[in-house]
Design a protein around this ligand. Structure first.
Ligand SMILES: [Zn+2]
Ligand SMILES: [Zn+2]
Length: 369
């Protein structure tokens, strides 16, 4: 990383807040828990806030407001706007504006959390330092038409303080030992929870652009990782997300860990959200196959250009799998041209054969001459 820290451009409001809340959440809250602990009501409130705030960012701020990947009735919009504010990640108008620029200019200068400026920058540095003049908020006009969004933008700080920090303290006061309980509610349900949810969001901008695979495309740095999905409410399938950003699913396979997707599905069953946008399987499997072909051809060319003998049976097998893959791709293209949908059996076979090729590539290496 070659980033000189521009101290004259420190955003003091953000920096002071993040410093204080992190100190209180990471040091103050554990010290409190060692001495006092919470009762079950406050632990339940902590769980409720962790889920509500985290999902309000991933389901609300991200998939609903930034990407319009489904439509939501006002109770869902109101809930995610109120609890999204409680994550102290700015109002949705600013968040979505930054995020839409992140997708439009990924890995380039106009990407607010550009990973090519280093891990620290993408994780938190971009919030602490104002490198450029404030960007105009001109890419979220659709959101600003919503009165609830305008309300949240106007009263963001008050909502965040009242619902995010003060309310848990008030509950603590009444359910656990007066002021000691109030301190517990503030430190654990307030500060510690804010820090945990913020770090989870920050990981999406940093680690999800460094850790994992790129099964759909290598056009940008975004990666898929099930481990990251575990700590980001399902947002860890970031390679898929960057390739198909309007899909309401990030973990597109049925077995992927994506609680945000499951919540959207439940809300859909309840009639609270509608118009869920999905990328057709044809397109998804097509992207996987083309990316596998690109990787196979690149690796074969690389190895063939180097000195040393190749493991012949493996090479022959990879060539065979690659030929099969090319056949599958043209079969798919033919189906798409006829404007019909590929059968489940076809999709399943293509996926299996693509996986076999990728596994075969893993075994391809030069043997010592
Ligand atoms: Zn990204
Ligand atoms: Zn996104």
């Amino acid at each position: 990383m070659n980033l000189r820290i521009p101290f004259h451009r420190v955003n003091w409001v953000n920096t002071s807040f993040l410093f204080v809340i992190s100190l209180v959440g990471i040091v103050g809250a554990p010290l409190y828990l060692i001495k006092y602990d919470l009762n079950w009501i406050l632990w339940s409130l902590f769980t409720f806030y962790m889920i509500s705030t985290g999902l309000s960012i991933t389901l609300g701020y991200h998939r609903l407001f930034s990407h319009l990947s489904f439509k939501a009735k006002w109770p869902v919009r109101l809930f995610t706007l109120v609890f999204g504010a409680c994550a102290f990640e700015n109002s949705v108008v600013h968040w979505a504006s930054d995020h839409r620029r992140h997708h439009k200019h990924t890995d380039h200068d106009d990407d607010p959390y550009d990973i090519t400026k280093g891990f620290f920058w993408a994780h938190i540095g971009w919030i602490l330092f104002k490198l450029d003049a404030e960007q105009p908020i001109d890419n979220v006009k659709d959101l600003q038409r919503d009165a609830l969004v305008r309300f949240q933008d106007r009263f963001y700080v008050w909502i965040a303080l009242l619902v995010g920090l003060i309310f848990p303290a008030v509950v603590g006061y009444f359910v656990l030992d007066g002021w000691v309980g109030a301190l517990g509610g503030f430190l654990v349900v307030g500060a510690m929870r804010v820090v945990l949810v913020q770090q989870s969001t920050f990981f999406i901008n940093s680690l999800c652009h460094c850790v994992g695979d790129q099964p759909y495309s290598t056009r940008c740095s975004a990666r898929d990782s099930w481990i990251m999905a575990l700590v980001t409410y399902g947002e860890g399938y970031h390679n898929y997300h960057h390739e198909f950003q309007h899909d309401y699913r990030n973990g597109v396979k049925p077995w992927n860990f994506d609680p945000t997707k499951w919540t959207i599905m439940i809300l859909h069953k309840l009639g609270l959200v509608s118009d869920l946008r999905r990328v057709p399987d044809n397109k998804i499997v097509g992207a996987e196959m083309k990316e596998a072909q690109r990787k196979a051809e690149e690796k074969l060319a690389q190895l063939e250009a180097q000195e040393g003998s190749l493991n012949e049976p493996t090479v022959a097998r990879v060539h065979e799998l690659l030929d099969q893959l090319k056949e599958n791709i043209s079969e798919l293209e033919d189906i798409v041209a006829r404007q019909v949908v590929a059968s489940k059996e076809n999709l399943k076979r293509w996926r299996r054969e693509t996986r076999e090729l990728i596994n075969g590539l893993g075994e391809l290496r030069l043997q010592s001459a």
